[in-house]
Design a protein around this ligand. Structure first.
Ligand SMILES: [Zn+2]
Length: 246
């Protein structure tokens, strides 16, 4: 399946650096990790759309903060979250696990568990000719999520799963951290030309108030030091080093 012409993914920049993703197909829409509700409600109502589903990658408040307000507006909405998070995402009404296949907006979506940032973080993978991955806080452009609840090994294995996806996968992460990540990466590898070129490109986008996301997996394989880490030791060193970088 290909994303047809009626489909669009729109990013709403909210709070300090969160991005709420709105995935639209004709008159239906799904929202991924609504940090807050107001801009989402405004977008849906002003475009006369129906909210079909809310996709939650994990329980952090800057990902679920707007969900209850959205449920009040659209009581029949599907709230899709990890079955392991019934306590921390109590308003979920469609509980999923790794490997589940769902139909959302008439598209096949696969649930991929990618733990490390939290103990039950999931991602949503749209199986198309032009695949899409809603990855939450597991991977960022030129970076990866902090290891809060899991182990470095779990996070390293989660990144390995992402690397196996088709290289043309477009990755939609939940934070605009790209510039900071690239500056950190350049401090590690000051002569890396791919990083320099990417930083210039990202600075241009920021100057013209564009999002730097989505990013393509093939590009991340070149510039993301965490994806390029050859083994667990190297990954652990990089992640611990990045934690000390502001
Ligand atoms: Zn988080």
């Amino acid at each position: 399946m290909e994303l047809n012409k009626e489909q669009k993914i729109i990013g709403l920049r909210v709070l300090n650096d969160n991005i709420i993703w709105l995935w639209k197909n004709n008159k239906s829409i799904a929202v991924i990790d609504p940090a807050i509700s107001q801009p989402v409600i405004k977008y849906i109502k002003s475009n006369d759309l129906n909210l079909e589903a809310i996709l939650q990658t994990h329980h952090h408040s800057d990902h679920i903060g707007g969900t209850e307000e959205l449920i009040k507006e659209w009581p029949n909405v599907k709230v899709i979250a990890s079955a392991k998070e019934k306590d921390r995402i109590p308003f979920q009404n469609l509980s999923v696990k790794d490997g589940d296949n769902l139909i959302i907006l008439n598209q096949e979506v696969q649930v991929i568990e990618v733990i490390g940032h939290t103990k039950s973080h999931i991602a949503f993978y749209l199986k198309n000719k032009n695949p899409v991955l809603f990855i939450g806080d597991t991977l960022f452009s030129a970076g990866c999520g902090r290891v809060f609840e899991g182990t470095y090994r779990q996070m390293f294995n989660s990144l390995k799963r992402i690397k196996k996806l088709p290289k043309n996968t477009l990755i939609y992460c939940a934070h605009e951290y790209t510039k900071n990540n690239l500056e950190w990466a350049l401090a590690q590898e000051p002569t890396n030309n791919n990083l320099k070129i990417k930083l210039r490109e990202v600075e241009g986008k920021i100057a013209s108030k564009e999002l730097t996301i989505p990013c393509k997996l093939a590009d991340e394989m070149r510039i993301n030091l965490f994806l390029r880490a050859k083994n667990l030791e190297e990954f652990t060193f990089l992640r611990a080093n990045k934690d000390l970088w502001v």
